[in-house]
Design a protein around this ligand. Structure first.
Ligand code: GYE
Length: 629
């Protein structure tokens, strides 16, 4: 009997030891090291596409570092090792652990989108780095504008060659990864504008240094006369450089993307002259945890997209860039209160009045000393008021550019005076995005697309022509340019069904909307089937014109609009307006938070895009009332 007891005791002791080891390892592997699992309140799953790229290793490091600031947070990491099927299994496994929020950086975007959309129905999803199409399948996107990276790379190649013949090889990541498509699209868009630049060959190296080296080596054996290589990551650029070294080929300019610090990071490679240039931006790992915690804690005003700033790095500016980077975060202003000079577009629409009210209230709420001026839709007045703010030495200037161009000189004056500028609502068509801190507003092109998608759906059963008249906003303003672009490009190409038979500015006002629509009705009469107005006020003017013409707006002639102000929703409710696409004017809190973050030393994203929806006659009426504007 005694022998059995001893054996039983031994068995129990060994089992206990194994259990303790397993608990420690399992707890360590799935936590971020120092998590006391007793205090866990939030569990975030991170689905990483791979950990063979230095960029992704850095991204996970930044996530871990930020997560450690939250004692009530546990993070579980998975590595898909560049396999779509494994990433799907990883995400389902994370769901099985009961995570509260998913952060995902996709392997192949299209392949993962259906699952991400499904997950988004259950828990918040932050898409990190590699965008998925549209706005409907995730909570927040954080990453760079990859098309802009491609365009900037094309511009850098053109500048470096200075008109000389360019025989270029592009090295891409895997097909199906959204940054590959977007960077290549932007790159080719610029290359095609320069007759001296010729894209000789495209190599797919799947983000891998060694694969790039092998494939460029094979290419070089055919003795191509190439003089430029654009690689979509610094790792692949380094591989290309090694291939050139093996063939003892000099003088080929190699450009990469990512700009990581550390040995053989893009910044180091540019400094050493291995790369002629790279494009540096943050991984977004830190921001993903910051926003994830805001989302989990139910904070309001969560943006829809955070577009990270990208900097073009060459031998000339790499040292300064590294110096500036090392100084973040820096306490810029110890002053107790911040003086903000804001100059508004005007008072042309209900949307504008709501925007003004939001800015004034947020300044109060955030304790910012607001100097508010109104340009009354005069570009000259707006620029002159900005110049006055500069003379008054305000701490920061913010404004909504009435039109997309003509502001570069005044922005340079503000920069020379050391006064940061925030763009709110409308945007500028300017290459040098270092002239402003951040731009906060809507995706106007997506708004135009949403309007068109509603029309396509609402008329899919109609066989005959659909004739559309378009009421444009202020000419050359970003909402006008991009709502028009989005709407018209979303209509079927070379459509023999949808025809924009007339398009004219009515300057975002009700009065001009009525005048222009009356002109259209006199000219086209019953031929008009649809009015697409770039804002509610013009739509309301159009509704009055249609009624004066003896027709029923919303029925005889469909009316589509953008803004989703209360007065417009009242007309949707009355059946006179068929749809209004939301454009959020309540930008005050976003703006004040960005300004305060800046003065607390945080680097701001180049663009903050707000969350928006759409309101149609088919919606439940309850959404139409008690709107905030
Ligand atoms: O749609 C319109 C206002 O810039 C987005 O300007 C804003 C537009 C808005 O006049 O009502």
């Amino acid at each position: 009997m005694r022998g059995i007891n001893r054996l039983g005791f031994l068995f129990l002791f060994v089992a206990l030891v194994i259990l303790l080891i397993f608990t420690y390892l399992f707890g360590f592997k799935h936590g971020h090291g120092n998590q006391d699992n007793q205090g866990t309140r939030y569990v975030i799953g991170v689905s990483q596409s791979n950990l063979t790229e230095p960029w992704r290793v850095q991204m996970n490091e930044e996530i871990k570092k930020e997560a450690q600031k939250h004692k009530d947070l546990q993070v579980i990491y998975t590595d898909a090792a560049q396999s779509n099927e494994k990433q799907k299994k990883d995400i389902n496994r994370l769901l099985g652990y009961g995570i509260n929020l998913l952060i995902v950086s996709t392997n192949d975007t299209n392949s993962l989108t259906p699952l991400i959309a499904k997950v988004h129905k259950k828990i918040p999803v932050i898409v990190l780095g590699r965008a998925i199409d549209g706005y409907d399948y995730y909570t927040l996107f954080i990453g760079p504008d990859n098309q802009a990276i491609g365009r900037n790379a094309g511009q850098l190649v053109s500048d470096m060659l200075g008109g000389k013949q360019g025989n270029i090889v592009e090295i891409q990541g895997p097909e199906g990864s959204s940054p590959v498509r977007e960077r290549s699209q932007g790159f080719k868009e610029v290359i095609q504008k320069h007759p001296n630049l010729h894209l000789y060959n495209t190599i797919v190296a799947n983000w891998q240094k060694d694969e790039a080296e092998d494939k460029v080596t094979a290419l070089l054996q055919r003795n191509p006369q190439i003089n430029t290589i654009f690689a979509q990551s610094d790792a692949m650029a380094l591989g290309a450089y090694k291939a050139l070294q093996k063939h003892d080929i000099q003088g080929v300019k190699v450009i990469g993307v990512d700009g990581l610090e550390g040995t053989n990071g893009g910044l180091d490679l540019v400094k050493k002259g291995v790369l002629a240039g790279t494009f540096a931006y943050k991984t977004g790992g830190k921001e993903s945890i910051q926003y994830a915690m805001d989302i989990l804690k139910g904070k309001s005003n969560i943006p829809k997209k955070i577009i990270l700033r990208v900097s073009t790095i060459t031998h000339e500016n790499v040292d300064q860039y590294v110096l500036n980077k090392s100084s973040y975060p820096k306490q810029i202003k110890s002053k107790k209160h911040i003086v903000l000079g804001f100059v508004q577009v005007g008072a042309e629409s209900s949307w504008r009045l709501a925007n003004t009210a939001s800015i004034k209230k947020a300044a109060q709420d955030y304790g910012i000393d607001l100097k508010f001026k109104n340009a009354n839709e005069s570009i000259k007045a707006q620029i002159s008021i900005i110049r006055k703010f500069i003379k008054q030495k305000v701490d920061v200037i913010a404004f909504s550019p009435i039109v997309q161009t003509g502001y570069e000189p005044i922005l340079k004056e503000a920069k020379d005076a050391g006064i940061p500028v925030v763009l709110v609502d409308r945007d500028l068509d300017l290459k040098d995005n270092d002239l402003w801190l951040t731009s906060i507003g809507s995706d106007f092109e997506e708004e135009g697309k949403r309007a068109a998608r509603w029309l396509l759906d609402a008329t899919k059963g109609i066989k005959n022509n659909i004739n559309i008249v378009e009421l444009e906003g202020t000419t050359n303003s970003s909402p006008t340019v991009y709502r028009k672009k989005g709407f018209e490009e979303e209509l079927p190409k070379n459509s023999n069904k949808y025809h924009v038979i007339a398009s004219k500015s009515a300057n975002f006002t009700k009065e001009e909307g009525k005048t222009v629509t009356t002109e259209f009705l006199r000219k086209f009469g019953d031929k008009i089937n649809v009015v697409f107005a770039h804002n509610d006020d013009m739509a309301l003017g159009a509704i009055e014109a249609i009624e004066a013409f003896g027709k029923k707006p919303g029925k005889d002639i469909k009316v589509i609009s953008v803004d989703a102000t209360q007065v417009a929703l009242n007309n949707v409710y009355a059946g006179k307006l068929n749809v209004t696409v939301e454009c959020n004017p309540l930008l005050g809190p976003y703006m004040m938070r960005a300004i305060i973050n800046h003065f607390h030393g945080k680097e701001l994203p180049v663009k903050i895009i707000t969350e928006e929806g759409i309101f149609t006659v088919e919606d439940d009426r309850s959404v139409f009332f008690n709107r905030p504007y």
